[in-house]
Write a protein that binds this ligand. Sequence first.
Ligand SMILES: [Zn+2]
Length: 419
Amino acid sequence: LRIRIHRGTAEIGGNCIEVAAANSERIVLDLGRPLWAEWGQHIEPPAAPGFGEPDPSLLGLVITHPHLDHYGLAAELKVDVPLYVGEEAASLLEAASFFSPVSGRLKPTGFLKHRKPFAIGPFTITPFLNDHSAFDAYSVLVEADGERLFYTGDLRGHGRKKKLFEQLLTRPPADVDALLMEGTHVRASGAHDEAIFDTERDLEDRFVSLCKETPGAVVVLGSAQNLDRLVTVFRAARRGDRDLVVDLYGATVAAATRATIPQPGFDGLRVYVPQRQRVLVKKAEAFWRVEQIKQYRVFAEELAANQDKFIFHVPSSTARELIKSKALTAEGVVAWSMWEGYLKTDSGVGLQKLLAANEVRLTSVHTSGHASVVDLQRLVTALAPGKVVPIHSEAGDRFSELFATVERHSDGEWWEVRS
Ligand SMILES: [Zn+2]
């Protein structure tokens, strides 16, 4: 088995890994958009045969999870390559595409299922459902020619599905020759190595406190596609004796996954349709979208008259409208529930000014979608691979200080899984 990482050995995001068997047949794991790419900026797919022109030796593309930095370029491919992804991940992206122009759509050939091996030519792929901030995310074991590669994708051990991480440690794949491991939290500075992150349970408790101590609305600003967080906020709403309000985008994405995810029809879940979504629906004449949530719909007047009865899980772009309609006032609080770095962007700074001008308190309630260094060390110990190769990290040079048997490679370089 030979590997060529096209992108990811020296940066977080844009993952793309080409895997070649002895007979020269190939598969590719992830085909992400780099995180540094601007919205709308065209990025060429990596220079692997089969991405520009059709090439029969490229047998398939496996997408580990529905984050743009792992699937983004796959959604833009001009050639047809058989594509494998989680079934719920695919329906989530399909549902999101109506609302979010940056969200791509995939046309899957087959679906990944937890610990169910399947064949693509000479390759046997075994997906391992994992704990990550993206829904329906997998790590994958790739076997061919008697050699074994394990690729973590993105994962963590402190989310709502942390049992899956523990299961990976107690029942790991055997005889892994190479572990291609994400290192989002391996940083240039060692000060971060010991960091331990809040669990989604911890966040739930903090949201409950906010519900209880806030005389106005609790507005959680997060990603509609982070369903772990949606579950966390919904549970907090029940415990804090408030109704959860999501927007039409959030409601649609949640309903596209599985019946256990909070969605319209759940007791105490209401749907607010912001102005820009009303316009979208009207333009597309997709009135059924509003019709089907009619029973659960909540309007600005009710929100404004009962501020202390609601907690929201909505995108940051909705804050302005909630302030304008007096659903969110100085009595309320905004909980930032995304990466804090976004607060430093132009729109983040604009939001902070808006909140300050309206005397709305801003607090941060978030936890990482990626494993701590401590959990990565536990993973390496459990798998005891022949070698550990860094990916999805800005500090691959620090891996050898933290893990045994590290072997670094550069973007574009071919290397052997077993050597
Ligand atoms: Zn991810």
